[in-house]
Write a protein that binds this ligand. Structure first.
Ligand code: PBG
Length: 323
């Protein structure tokens, strides 16, 4: 008979003891801070549905990254809002494209900051789709060439990682081959491997003005109902050469993170996406939740499920608290 011999409450009696036996610890070392960069100078344009997040011009982005880095954030991921969008997303792979300019400025000012580049065409295409549109369909194989070109442009600008988020089939292999052919065999790929077709990306699409002009992303992003399929997507990306795999969104897909942790030995990232951020901020503004407590609990849950790395809009604010 366990009780009264066993009393789990003995280890919960004081904060010091709870600290001693804690299984999951958060650290600023695992945080990646997502940022939006736009043309112009001295721009700091708040995103309405993501309070505290801004579209930054390159000059102000550098300052924000310096502050994040000083707070202990080791890495940022960049999303570009180009001056002009077109059918084929040219700004994504233009050497003078917005993200390439931002990377060059960041690596010059803050050489130790890890700079990841989100790699997708949807922020750059006039129709808002993640690839080349033929009729009403996205042409997978025609898109791969443009993704590969974008990866090379990002690496040439100085990106430390490329992070394909487009969910085209075969893109990791194609990007790997393109990088290797241009002397970038040392640049790792963080693949958004299990990226679900999620309503939680709503605020991001306002931020990047990237909502599809017709249709949706269900022909390439995953069905939220599927778990086994995530393992298959991850296995394919690992075979194709992904160095880190990602699951996105995070909190609604903890089961997928936990399963991936058991099945794969590569580092796992999880993206606490814009909608996850905005839900917390909105409820906090209404006074309905304890904001800090919920943020810490959410980040802890994502780590506990098995994520090594967390992309979160709370990174800059929380890095110091987690140190
Ligand atoms: C695509 C991309 C998206 C996000 C990250 N990369 C948007 C989408 O797929 O519609 C969403 C991130 C977020 O919601 O915070 N480039």
């Amino acid at each position: 008979m366990p009780f009264p011999i066993h009393r789990p409450r003995r280890l919960r009696r004081t904060e010091a003891i709870r600290n001693l036996v804690r299984e999951t610890r958060l650290s600023p070392h695992s945080l990646v801070y997502p940022l939006f960069v736009c043309p112009g100078a001295n721009v700091r344009d708040e995103i309405k549905s993501m309070p505290g997040n801004f579209r930054w011009s390159v000059d102000r982005l550098v300052e924000e990254c310096r502050a994040a880095s000083d707070a202990g954030v080791p890495a940022v991921i960049l999303f570009g809002i180009p001056e002009k969008k077109d059918e084929v997303g040219s700004d994504a792979y233009d050497p003078e494209g917005i993200v390439q300019r931002a990377v060059r400025a960041l690596k010059k000012a803050l050489p130790n900051l890890i700079v990841l580049c989100d790699l997708c065409l949807c922020e750059y295409t006039s129709h808002g789709h993640c690839g080349v549109v033929k009729g009403t369909e996205i042409d997978n194989d025609a898109t791969l060439d443009l993704l590969a070109k974008t990866a090379v442009a990002q690496a040439e600008a100085g990106a430390d990682f490329v992070a394909p988020s487009d969910m085209m089939d075969g893109r990791v292999a194609r990007i790997r081959a393109a990088l290797d052919a241009r002397g970038f065999s040392h640049i790792p790929i963080l693949a958004y491997s299990a990226k679900y077709a999620s309503g939680f990306y709503g605020p991001f699409r306002e931020a990047a003005d990237s909502a599809p002009q017709f249709g949706d992303r269900r022909s390439h992003q995953m069905d939220p109902a599927n778990q086994r399929e995530a393992l298959r997507e991850i296995a394919l990306d690992v075979e194709e050469g992904a160095d880190i795999i990602m699951i996105k969104p995070a909190l609604p897909y903890l089961d997928v993170i936990a399963l991936a942790r058991r099945e794969f030995d590569v580092p796992i990232a999880a993206y606490q996406v814009s909608g996850e951020f905005s839900l917390i901020e909105a409820a906090a503004r209404l006074g309905w939740i304890d904001r800090e407590r919920i943020i810490l609990e959410s980040l802890t849950a994502i780590r506990r499920a098995g994520a090594d790395i967390i992309l979160t809009y709370f990174a800059k604010e929380f890095a110091r608290k987690l140190a």
